[in-house]
Design a protein around this ligand. Sequence first.
Ligand code: PLP
Length: 391
Amino acid sequence: MIYLDNNATTRVAPEVLAAMQPYLSDFFGNPSSAHALGREMKRAVENSREHVANLIGAAKPDEIVFTSCGSESDNWAIRGVLATQPNKKHIITTLVEHEAVQNLCRLLEGEGYEVTWLGVDQNGELDLDALRAALRRDTALVSIMLANNETGVLFPIQEVGRIVREESEAVFHVDGVQAVAKIPIDLKNTAVDLFALSGHKLHAPQGIGALYVRQGLSLPSFIVGGGQEQGRRAGTSAVPNIVGLGAACRLALEDNNHERIERLRNRLEDRILKTIPNARLNGIADRAKRLPNTSNISFEYVDGQSILMHLDEAGICVSTGSACHSSTHESSPTLRAMNVPYTAAQGSIRFSLSRYNTDEDVETTLKVLPGIIAKLAAMSPYQDELTAVRR
Ligand code: PLP
């Protein structure tokens, strides 16, 4: 199997599994227990907190709170900020956020909040003047992602943070789920108040996430119960997963060879765009403004779900940029916000690589893909348009 779907989830690194194993057998205690076994568990949790803090450049390990996933971190950040400022009813976010942010903000609209939805241009880039214009005295929260999960386009959170800090009193939350371990992050030198991350995107297991909460900011607990995580998130700590996340963060710092992944991604992207006539890139062409592992490519006038299935038959895993709703294909909100035409959006494929991909994976994909596209193009109802793009 060739796995090119690493923005969906990643395989657990062998080093991570090895670090977790003792905590799935002999070390089974509760970190809240006062005895020796409990103390060992607590030590492991605090050790992991340090590794997470190091990877994202937090000023102190205490700024990291463990959660169950990226979605929980996003939900807690947003609801938490709003709860602390009951008189402010305005939120700013973007049209290309992950569902964890977008669907919550839609729900909040129904609860009486006003949301400004910032758009993007056809490259997927944010208009910072639109952000400036949207900031108000009653803006409680600005929630903007660092890296888009579909296109890999990066938002300039350094600059966004500066604008939010200088021109408002709003709290700035960043969904960093797709960016962590893929690009360097240094939160202590960025005006970010809250930052969500998720273990399964960086070779830790599923079911573990974290929220960075800048020192001095206090959020009401999202899950109410015991006093775990210094009273900030109740529930017995998932120690094996926490240890896994810590090990994955340490590994990401030690083995941060993003250039190798980028080189593979570039080869895949360049060859596809060069050799397949109806292929077009979604997201800014300037690779410095995109994640090093992601390529979102539309095969115009061809059905993306069919491409996915043919690749799957060939043992290659990818994602599409359209969701299947019975008989219709709905383009993803991100591609719609970028004004990608329907006939391109419905043929979009996301290739997302990881440290475990090889030259051979890329070469095999490049060998298999043109035949699949040619076969599907021959069945497409858009023959005139396909002839035009081939010219
Ligand atoms: N935010 C972004 C940008 C994501 O890509 C994802 C997952 O795909 C999430 C949030 C949600 O993370 P989790 O799957 O851990 O809930």
